[in-house]
Write a protein that binds this ligand. Structure first.
Ligand code: NAD
Ligand code: TYD
Length: 342
């Protein structure tokens, strides 16, 4: 491996992966290809923008020419694909963009990468492909994929394409399935950055339904290290779960955020639930641990430092919470909050 293409590297997890790779692997060239959708942000890559082994190219994984040009120009030998539409609520309202980037885009990227004769292709996937997990149970890699949202269905579709390229064309592929990730530079539509930034401003926190849904929470640096571990040491054709092994209910996470910010519980509003809401995700990740990876951050400390980061970095999120974000807020929450208040 020498020239690594990181698609979607201007997003939340992709940019953490890029910052880590640049810091730890000066011998590798990191080329980011990112469309810069509403969620892509070059401020996430400011820390590496002057590094000699980093390049940024704006482009679309669903465009054959964008992929072919970057693969050839930078003699890419490895692809790590983060590029995706990533928010479940948006996939319920606007599924087309998810199928386009997450499924069709992966088809184009796989095909062009294969034609360019690359070595390894790593697809970043999610625990949501397993679907809802019964209380007490934990998903392992060989469990069936039973996705329930347009987002998770589009990611499961991508995984099947990755499998097909391996079997049909002999491409060296690895898939990672990470759990709910949190940390600095996360677009403030996902639960933690949304609630942290809203609570800082003393605004209502719209908790879906009874708030009893459970997620496994994984700190972003642990997720990025897990992807690097699977990239360097993973067995070809395998899937690797990456979990923080910290399951918590949404209502608990919400109150932890409020306590850290010293904001009142009265900010919580129980609003009408998300359609098709998966109640629980939980995974075991012994397969990745066997490669030497382990989670280094405990949830309480990582949540506290994440809250502090949003308190200290308003320059990053305040400009985002205008324009496109406001339109999204109106569409997703105006009626729900009105129903809760009524
Ligand atoms: P994000 O929404 O913050 O970033 C996605 C990035 O992809 C953005 O920079 C965007 O501009 C780019 N992008 C979107 N469509 C593109 C296209 N067609 N061509 C090129 N670039 C495009 O997402 P994230 O939270 O960083 O997630 C990254 C990956 O990790 C996704 O594949 C997601 O499914 C997966 N994942 C996310 C989580 C999580 O909790 N956030 C958990 C597990 C897996
Ligand atoms: P989210 O961050 O959107 O991640 P995912 O849907 O991929 O798990 O949501 C995490 C949990 O928080 C999920 O159960 C939905 C819930 N949630 C709310 O209750 N209110 C909100 O405004 C958001 C964005 C999420």
């Amino acid at each position: 491996m020498k020239n690594i293409l990181v698609t979607g590297g201007a997003g939340f997890i992709g940019s953490a992966f890029v910052r880590q790779m640049i810091a730890r692997h000066p011998e590798l060239n990191i080329i980011v290809l990112d469309l810069l959708t509403y969620a892509g942000n070059l401020n996430n890559l400011l820390a590496v923008s002057d590094e000699p082994n980093y390049r940024f190219v704006q482009g679309d994984i669903a465009s054959r020419s964008d992929c072919a040009v970057v693969l050839k120009e930078y003699a890419i030998d490895t692809v790590v694909n983060f590029a995706a539409e990533s928010h479940v609520d948006r996939s319920i309202l606007e599924p087309d963009a998810f199928i386009r980037s997450n499924t069709l885009g992966v088809n184009v990227l796989l095909d062009e990468a294969c034609r360019a004769g690359i070595g390894r292709f790593l697809q970043v996937s999610t625990d949501e492909v397993y679907g809802d997990v019964a209380p007490g149970a934990f998903s392992v890699e060989d469990d069936p994929m039973l996705p329930n949202s347009p987002y998770s269905a589009s990611k499961a579709g991508a995984e099947l394409l990755v499998r097909a390229w391996r079997v049909t064309h002999g491409l060296d592929t690895v898939i990672t399935r990470g759990s709910n990730t949190f940390g600095p530079y996360q677009y403030p539509e996902k639960l933690m950055p949304f609630f942290i930034t809203e609570a800082i401003d003393g605004r209502p926190l719209p908790l879906y339904g009874d708030g009893q849904q459970q997620r496994d929470w994984l700190y972003v640096d642990d997720h990025a290290r897990g992807i690097a571990c699977a990239l360097f040491h993973g067995e070809s054709g395998r899937v690797y779960n990456i979990a923080g092994e910290h399951q918590a209910r949404n209502v608990e996470v919400t109150h932890q955020i409020l306590d850290l910010l010293e904001r009142p519980a009265s900010l919580v509003r129980h609003v009408p639930d998300r359609e098709g809401h998966d109640l629980r995700y939980a995974m075991r990740c012994e397969r990745l641990k066997a490669l030497g990876w382990q989670c280094e951050h405990n949830f309480e400390e990582a949540a506290a430092s994440t809250v502090r980061w949003y308190q200290e970095n308003e320059w990053w999120w305040r400009p985002i919470k205008s324009g496109d974000w406001r339109d999204w807020y109106q569409r997703q929450y105006a009626d729900r909050l009105a129903a809760a208040d009524g």
